[in-house]
Design a protein around this ligand. Structure first.
Ligand code: ADP
Length: 160
């Protein structure tokens, strides 16, 4: 059985919470593919290329982490990548219902691909890309929430 794990998400932009999940997945699985998904109804701040570049910059010390993008169904991407596992992060009970729905749907589409959940670290349980963007937009300090390269990219986006 292959041991490729996919860590999918919007990553608009990557936060310390995402990074923690990717790092922990990279310790367990021989190969981790971070998949920047481009098919959500969200209106992203960063282009897919910008999001991928930021992820590459902050995961460069992990030789087994590969960054890719997909605009189709996650399960199709996972199959093509030869992955047997999808890794998602869980923050709060509010994540649970949504994740349960997606996981059940993915299992219906392909039973052979398992979804594993990683619990967030306590200090990141409130952290999301949206909240980081909101604070950055109004000039708040986000240095504890995102890597410095992401902080810089956000500042540049919000300079008038
Ligand atoms: P999506 O639009 O697919 O939810 P996100 O970029 O918001 O994409 O999240 C990608 C994954 O990272 C999800 O599994 C999400 O639960 C997880 N995640 C996001 N923020 C955190 C965090 N602070 N701690 C742990 N996991 C997180």
């Amino acid at each position: 059985m292959t041991k490729i794990a996919v860590v999918p998400g919007s990553f608009d932009p990557i936060t310390n919470g995402h990074l923690d999940i990717i790092e922990r997945a990279a310790k367990v699985f021989p190969e981790v593919r971070v998949a920047v998904m481009n098919n959500s109804s969200k209106n992203p701040l960063f282009t897919v290329e910008e999001r991928m570049d930021l992820i590459s910059a902050v995961t460069s010390k992990f030789p087994n982490v590969i960054i890719e993008s997909s605009s189709g169904l996650l399960i199709d991407y996972a199959r093509k990548a030869g992955a047997s596992v999808i890794v998602r992060g869980l923050r709060a009970i509010s994540d649970f219902e949504y994740e349960m729905q997606i996981t059940s749907m993915n299992r219906m589409l392909d039973e052979s691909i398992e979804t594993f959940f990683v619990m967030t670290k306590n200090q990141y349980s409130f952290l999301s890309s949206s909240i980081v963007k909101e604070v950055a937009r109004y000039g708040g300090d986000i240095s504890a929430l995102v890597p410095s390269v992401v902080e810089k990219a956000l500042r540049e986006k919000y300079i008038d």
